[in-house]
Design a protein around this ligand. Structure first.
Ligand SMILES: C[S@@+](CC[C@H](N)C(=O)[O-])C[C@H]1O[C@@H](n2cnc3c(N)ncnc32)[C@H](O)[C@@H]1O
Length: 290
């Protein structure tokens, strides 16, 4: 997939992305990665096939690391072609599930008796009812404001529901980790980012989800698990999470300080990401939280 114009041309704008904080792909399409894939259905097909293929080892590792037997109905939010949910339902015969996806993706997947396909947009539509919400490699596609909006849809869905986030959690320190390569890719291709556990905890908390713990898996992906608190719809706004104007000055600040200003949530360090300086681009800089 990295060789498709979708990724490759976006990576060609990495310098712009590092300088401004704006996704490289925004130079290719004003609607970002979703808008780009909307007008390039062939590349969307490659993207979805790549998501299914890359998840093969991760799904096996998730099934080994987490017991899904306590859940009656699982919602896979942004689940692509449903590969994770299908694997869980194959192993747990008493469980049913809902795949929540964009209409254009949902239309490609048939529903079955235990597997509902629900078309929608997690920025605008309520999620199907479930006692477990799973998001695999979804939050990392987005900046902090959007990530909180997605997680808030989960936080609003059902009080006390379990939540699993499957992501490559970035170590707090400077050691090598796959998440740091992914971080650069996300910056160029989607405008998203990889995050530390502290950063995920802050996002989840702002969305009304309490992080209870993290389980490592045999792959670089970890399972963060928690529960929804069920916060009122306007609480994100009252917590000071707003769509701040995307000025260049703001874009060059750490995203966490940009988005959580006034929320009482402290920005944590950004680790390992490229950093723009007057004389070029340097790896591994820590931006100073403001
Ligand atoms: C990086 S893929 C991850 C797919 C799958 N969870 C996995 O890990 O293999 C992100 C998914 O989010 C879906 N998505 C993006 N925006 C969405 C939206 N607004 N509402 C629902 N799904 C969305 C995309 O269609 C895509 O399938």
């Amino acid at each position: 997939m990295t060789g498709t114009p979708f990724c490759w041309d976006a990576l060609g704008h990495l310098h712009h992305a590092v300088r401004t904080g704006e996704a490289g792909i925004s130079r290719l399409h004003p609607g970002g990665w979703i808008g780009y894939l909307d007008v390039h259905p062939g590349q969307r097909a490659i993207f979805q096939a790549a998501m299914t293929a890359k998840a093969h080892d991760d799904i096996a590792a998730v099934l080994d690391a987490h017991d899904f037997s306590g859940y009656r109905r699982i919602c896979d939010v942004g689940g692509g072609h449903g590969h994770l949910l299908k694997a869980v339902l194959d192993r747990y015969a008493e469980t049913s599930g809902a795949l929540f996806e964009l209409p254009v993706v949902a239309a490609e997947i048939p529903s079955t008796r235990r597997f509902d396909v629900v078309a929608g947009d997690f920025f605008t539509d309520p999620l199907p009812d479930a006692d477990l919400y799973v998001l695999m490699n979804v939050v990392h596609d987005w900046d902090d404001n959007s990530a909180v909006a997605i997680l808030s849809a989960v936080g609003q869905a059902r009080r006390g529901a379990a939540v699993l986030l499957l992501e490559a959690v970035m170590p707090e320190g400077p050691q090598r980790h796959w998440s740091k390569t992914l971080d650069v890719l996300m910056l160029a291709v989607t405008g998203g980012r990889e995050r530390t556990l502290t950063e995920y905890r802050d996002l989840l908390s702002a969305a009304g989800i309490d992080l209870a713990g993290t389980t490592p898996t045999a792959t670089p992906f970890s399972i963060m698990h928690g529960h929804t608190r069920h916060i009122p719809a306007d609480s994100a706004a009252s917590a000071g999470i707003s769509s701040a104007p995307h000025t260049q000055e703001a874009a060059l600040r750490p995203a966490s300080s940009r988005h959580f200003h006034g929320s009482g949530i402290r920005p944590s360090h950004r680790t390992g990401r490229l950093r723009c300086t007057d004389d070029g681009i340097r790896p591994g800089g820590h931006e100073r939280p403001r």
